[in-house]
Design a protein around this ligand. Structure first.
Ligand code: SF4
Ligand code: SF4
Length: 275
């Protein structure tokens, strides 16, 4: 999977025309195109943390149930962090949310479904946002390019509700394109698990925080603690700080003074030689 993705990226970087937000393209998708629904099957759709939050809330189920029922977690030795794919149905390899009338989760469809036929790429790993560019994924199956309808890239982004996804997606990029990986850092199995918990299993992450002594150890404002009980996006934001602290060693969280003192005294007791 990683090799396949790397090859596609190379092709995009070397051959696809790069588009800016002001560029225009001709494309329209509607129910009467002969290819209607053809793009909603046999496709690799990587889900972002915000995709999962929107979808599981749309379906009224927990992140744990959503992951079990609708996703795959492919594993590759070269993989730096866990990723999640939408699982196609066994028989027809269709998206589980595809119906004769189109997408049954349209209001909360994933980022990549909103973006299509636009793609977004960055020239190098860890690239800053200014270096990213858009491109068009012209596939034979898609007849939308033959339809009348001219729009700018920025108009498409606006119309598809992508900005909200991008705002939260920026947090995900900060942790996936982190310097830790650029410098060759690797996640231990425990850290992989923590990354997975925060990014994809947000309801279980909430239980991890509230059913443990977590809040006894860190300085967290009561107002934030209250928000974390119900607000998934705020919880993910908090989780990103936790990943930066616990995995990348950044000072994004503050340990309570009394916890620090207790730790120092424990170390002293352990290192004092017995008579
Ligand atoms: S989520 Fe909706 S738009 Fe995306 S592939 Fe599935 S049916 Fe199609
Ligand atoms: S293949 Fe293209 S035109 Fe056809 S339904 Fe999908 S996005 Fe629309």
């Amino acid at each position: 999977m990683k090799e396949e993705m790397d090859n596609l990226k190379k092709e995009i970087l070397s051959q696809y025309p790069r588009l800016s937000e002001k560029d225009v393209f001709t494309f329209r998708c509607h129910k009467d195109v002969p290819c209607f629904n053809d793009c909603c099957g046999d496709v690799n759709i990587f889900l972002t943390p915000y995709d999962i939050i929107r979808l599981k809330n749309h379906l009224g189920i927990s992140s744990q149930v959503f992951l079990q029922k609708y996703t795959l977690s492919p594993f590759d030795q070269k993989q730096k962090y866990p990723v999640i794919l939408l699982k196609m149905t066994d028989e027809k390899k269709k998206c589980p949310f595809n119906t004769e009338d189109g997408c049954s989760v349209y209001a909360d469809r994933p980022w990549s479904c909103r973006m299509y036929p636009l793609g977004l790429a960055s020239p190098k790993e860890g690239a800053v946002e200014e270096e990213e560019f858009y491109f068009l994924m012209k596939e034979d199956v898609c007849k939308g390019f033959g339809e009348q309808g001219e729009q700018s890239v920025e108009g498409w982004i606006e119309g598809q509700g992508i900005k909200e996804y991008d705002e939260i997606g920026r947090l995900y990029k900060e942790i996936t394109l982190h310097d830790f990986y650029v410098k060759g850092g690797e996640l231990s199995p425990e850290k992989m698990e923590m990354f997975h918990l925060v990014c994809y299993n947000i309801d279980k992450f909430r239980r991890f925080l509230f059913d443990s002594t977590f809040f006894d150890k860190f300085e967290i404002a009561d107002s934030l603690k209250e928000k974390l009980k119900t607000d998934d996006v705020e919880l993910f934001r908090f989780g990103c700080d936790w990943i930066k602290f616990s995995i990348y060693g950044e000072k994004t969280m503050t340990i309570k003074e009394e916890v620090k003192k207790a730790k120092v005294s424990e170390i002293r007791t352990r290192s004092t030689p017995r008579e």
